[in-house]
Design a binder for this molecule. Structure first.
Ligand code: ADP
Length: 637
């Protein structure tokens, strides 16, 4: 059979198949519509579409199980989803693309407390303003920045107070106890390595002679206004070697001093797995309730400890609330509910021998691994209650679509007022609906609301404390990290003022440099005549039409360009548009040209030449090394 015959044969086969199909369809008995009586003509009840959740970046089986239980549909990232649950933090660029009914399990900016260096910096910063309130975090230094401070404090303790302090060193972004060690002398660490050094709590509360820490969960459902819930159930993770105060012979024993479950599991001699739910006070992982029982038996006031823990959690999040709120507004400008993100934090607490709780760590992605009945019980109910409290319903998308339709129709009506519509749109309706849901659902869960509370006003003072607000997470949006000192009202206002002030200083510096450069150029071979411009990336120096550069034109343009460049606005916009950063092309012996911008400039110039507003924006720089004189480089202003 030649090629043509083969093609024909395939076609024939296909045709015969499709005719079979059509025959099948034709033979299917069709329900006679006339037989359907009025009683049977009830409108078909539409089954609500299930909630969709994306778990592509989530490795925990427990989440999949709970979704199955609730009949939620797990969809890939490429499909439309209502909930995005990830083990990794969510980038602001991703949130920017979210629709108002979609929700993500992370807030942008939470790394300010979930990374060890972030936590240390954030709490140290606010502790300077509120020293009496922030005593729950062991004294910490972020090296190498705080090296001098660490050395001075250490020397004072040793020489003046005759103490023998012990410290714990942690890699800035580590986890599961990796890279952590105890030390006594400042010579025991490499100060050039990024690390957090912390006073070691050498007198922890012991149960059965073992050190332990508590894992308690905190759910943040909104950052502006702040809404937080603590989970009443939790667990205690135990060290696997009996505790002895740190001495030279045991200081390196991680199984004695660290309570990480993943680490202690490796201790074949000491690790005890608990497979019996009825004995939650045995083994290397125990329930929180079992710890409360022990504490009660020792005469401790458990309610008081619980209240202290709640206060610690509130203050920890309050320390970065302005950052979180700022980042939320920047990455979700169209969100009206304030509930597009939520975060389930794993908070690690250590009790000392006087039952005083200390904050050790904040995990933005706590482990939901299950390897014992206790784990299974805790994590299933935790996730179930979290999902319940979030109030995600199949109707969310439909409600959003209906609202959009209504708004569209409203715009078509005569007498439509945009201002009124905006006012209505920004009403707290959606926010109030979710908050009502949270409050109604709360009794059905193991959650307890800890913020807002009766001391809300007091905590709110800390949120707007002078000179502490920061926009560090702005680094990801291309904004520089800085601590603000300016006083007065809102965080944003202070941020802007500080940025303007900085910009002024920088512009002045750059101006003086350019002036010096101008002088140099006069004496050397760099021509200072006004340059004619033609939009041809290979012949930019050839005069077409002559433009006279005003005095200081070069300096002002240069400094403006630098400011735009440093602010990161350009790259941020490119990322938002999904375009690549401009390709830098070097033509033979010719200046660099940013091709996409060159095109944009060309178009703009063609459209609006001659007018002041239409004058394209050039970046010129002097190049004494090549002796080529003024370079003209079009950029996007
Ligand atoms: P990782 O994220 O690697 O688990 P952590 O900061 O939680 O790091 O520290 C690991 C363990 O070290 C904790 O579970 C706790 O037992 C112990 N630890 C950490 N900091 C201190 C401290 N300041 N004092 C006493 N023990 C500490």
């Amino acid at each position: 059979m030649n090629e043509e015959d083969a093609v024909q044969a395939v076609k024939d086969e296909k045709r015969s198949k499709s005719s079979h199909l059509s025959e099948d369809v034709a033979e299917k008995p069709v329900k006679p519509s006339a037989t359907v009586g009025p009683s049977q003509m009830k409108p078909k009840k539409r089954r609500p579409r299930p909630v969709t959740i994306c778990l592509d970046a989530c490795r925990y089986e427990v989440l999949r199980n709970i979704c199955k239980e609730r009949r939620w549909r797990v969809v890939p990232e490429t499909d439309e989803f209502s909930v995005f649950w990830s083990d990794l933090s969510v980038a602001p660029e991703r949130l920017l693309q979210f629709k108002p009914y979609q929700r993500a399990n992370h807030f942008v900016g939470m790394t300010e407390i979930s990374r060890k260096d972030g936590l240390s910096k954030s709490l140290n910063r606010i502790a300077k303003k509120w020293p009496e309130e922030y005593t729950f975090y062991p004294q910490s230094w972020t090296l190498p920045i705080d090296l001098n401070d660490f050395r001075n404090t250490h020397r004072t303790l040793v020489h003046k107070r005759r103490l023998k302090p012990v410290y714990i060193s942690k890699p800035t972004a580590g986890c599961q106890g990796n890279g952590i060690f105890l030390f006594k002398s400042e010579n025991d660490i490499d100060p050039s390595q990024p690390q957090v050094v912390q006073r070691y709590i050498a007198d922890p509360h012991l149960i059965d002679g073992y050190k332990y820490d508590l894992r308690i969960y905190l759910l943040v459902t909104s950052v502006e206004p702040l809404r937080m819930f603590i989970y009443k159930k939790g667990m205690a993770r135990f060290a696997t070697a009996p505790y002895v105060e740190p001495k030279d012979d045991n200081i390196k024993n991680s199984f004695m001093h660290l309570t990480n479950y993943s680490l202690n599991k490796r201790n074949k001699e000491g690790f005890v797995s608990n497979q019996d739910m009825d004995h939650d006070d045995e083994g290397s992982k125990r329930s929180l309730e079992s710890v409360w029982r022990v504490l009660k038996s020792e005469g401790a006031d458990v309610d008081q400890i619980w209240a202290q823990i709640k206060d610690i959690f509130i203050k920890t999040v309050v320390a970065i609330q302005p950052t979180l709120a700022h980042m939320y507004r920047s990455s979700l400008p169209n969100d009206r509910s304030g509930h597009a993100c939520f975060e389930l934090l794993g908070m690690d607490i250590l009790l000392d021998s006087t039952h005083t709780p200390w904050l050790i760590e904040v995990n933005h992605s706590p482990s939901f691994n299950i390897d014992s009945p206790l784990d299974s019980d805790l994590k299933h109910s935790l996730i179930r209650d979290t999902i319940e409290l979030l109030g995600v319903t199949p109707g969310d998308k439909a409600r959003y679509m209906a609202e959009e339709r209504r708004r569209f129709q409203e715009r078509m009506m005569p007498g439509y007022s945009h201002r009124d519509a905006m006012r209505r749109m920004n009403s707290d309706e959606e926010r109030a609906r979710i908050e009502r849901w949270e409050e109604d659902t709360l009794p059905r869960t193991q959650y307890e609301m800890i913020f807002p509370n009766e001391r809300t006003e007091f905590y709110e003072q800390m949120m707007v404390e002078k000179g502490y607000s920061v926009i560090p997470a702005g680094r990801r949006l291309g904004i520089t990290h800085r601590v603000l000192k300016a006083p007065t009202e809102g965080v944003l206002e202070r941020t802007t003022q500080q940025l303007i002030q900085d910009a002024r200083v920088r512009a002045e510096k750059e101006l003086s440099l350019t002036e010096r450069f101008d002088q140099l150029s006069k004496t050397k071979h760099v021509p200072t005549r006004p340059v004619g411009l033609k939009f041809d990336n290979t012949t930019v120096f050839r005069a077409g039409k002559t433009m006279t550069a005003p005095k200081n034109f070069v300096a002002v343009e240069q400094s403006r360009n630098r400011l735009v460049e440093r602010s990161g606005i350009r790259s941020f916009i490119s990322r938002m548009q999904g375009t690549e950063s401009p390709r830098v092309v070097r033509t033979e012996g010719r200046p660099r040209a940013f091709l996409p911008y060159l095109e944009a400039n060309k178009r703009m110039c063609r459209r609006r030449t001659g007018t002041a507003a239409g004058r394209p924006f050039f970046h010129r720089s002097l190049t004494p090394s090549t002796g080529r004189g003024l370079r003209t480089q079009p950029v996007l202003s």
